[in-house]
Write a protein that binds this ligand. Sequence first.
Ligand SMILES: Nc1nc2c(ncn2[C@@H]2O[C@H](COP(=O)(O)OP(=O)(O)OP(=O)(O)O)[C@@H](O)[C@H]2O)c(=O)[nH]1
Length: 304
Amino acid sequence: MEQPEKHQTKAGFVALIGAPNAGKSTLLNALVGSKVSIVSRKVQTTRALVRGIAVEGEAQIVFVDTPGIFKPKRRLDRAMVTSAWGGAGDADVVALLLDVRRGVDEEAEAILAKLPELKQPKVLILNKIDLIERSRLLELAARLNEKVPFAHTFMISALNGDGIETLRRQLAGMMPEGPWLYPEDQISDAPLRMLAAEITREKIYERLHEELPYQSTVETDQWQVRPDGSVRIEQTVFVERDSQRKIVLGKGGQTIKAIGQLARKEIAEIAEAPVHLFIFVKVRENWSDDPERYREMGLEFPKG
Ligand SMILES: Nc1nc2c(ncn2[C@@H]2O[C@H](COP(=O)(O)OP(=O)(O)OP(=O)(O)O)[C@@H](O)[C@H]2O)c(=O)[nH]1
């Protein structure tokens, strides 16, 4: 008889599904312990699949951070939703993350109705427990488990870390046996240039969320390591109209300069090198109907 290996490794994928603002990015960062996904108070900031990789004992857990699932209207929204469900279909475990304050609203109902289509084991993660009373929490957990048979229910606060360790341990136990999928020290396989674009986009949102709702996208065109070890990065911000370009530039270029300074600091942290950042702002009418922009974001271009 074959001896079982003493230290059998495990590895697999966990798809995080949830309505916008449920706290997916915050949770991913807490689980992985490093900033790999963009956290923002604005909804729908996560456009592409960003993976964070956590290691727990002998297990490697690869998290697929899905864009918020909501009712798609525009083409870009539809691409995000398709990408979210696609990511879930490939995963070993599907984790539904809910904001306990919002309870079972219309959006949660829509997700719950679709969950049975997925074959994988499902877990329920109730987030933001720091914001509601325990009795309401237990009632919500019971109600949700009546709707969908979840393998586990976790109650956590992604923000203050409550329940995170237990969640990571249990998920690790659910991973299939097999060799690790990524090198041990790797926390994200999202290319650095994509992360850099996300960071700049985050700064634009923080600064201009009133004036420029969702009508911009950022791409990293150049990532050049120089002989002194510093990195020269060129990025383009695409907007749809010249009026938006003026807003992004600001008076005498003040706005883009401020955005660039903030972005440069954070990009230098992930690049672990000094960064020279050059940002260009271009008008591209209907960029949200251009297949090439979708490829850059790692999304399928939805037809029609
Ligand atoms: N009080 C509290 N706030 C939280 C908790 N988790 C997340 N938040 C907040 O909820 C907001 C949304 O969190 P995100 O992580 O950006 O949400 P998301 O689901 O990733 O959103 P998208 O990427 O836009 O789909 C942020 O302001 C977080 O700080 C929590 O456990 N408690």
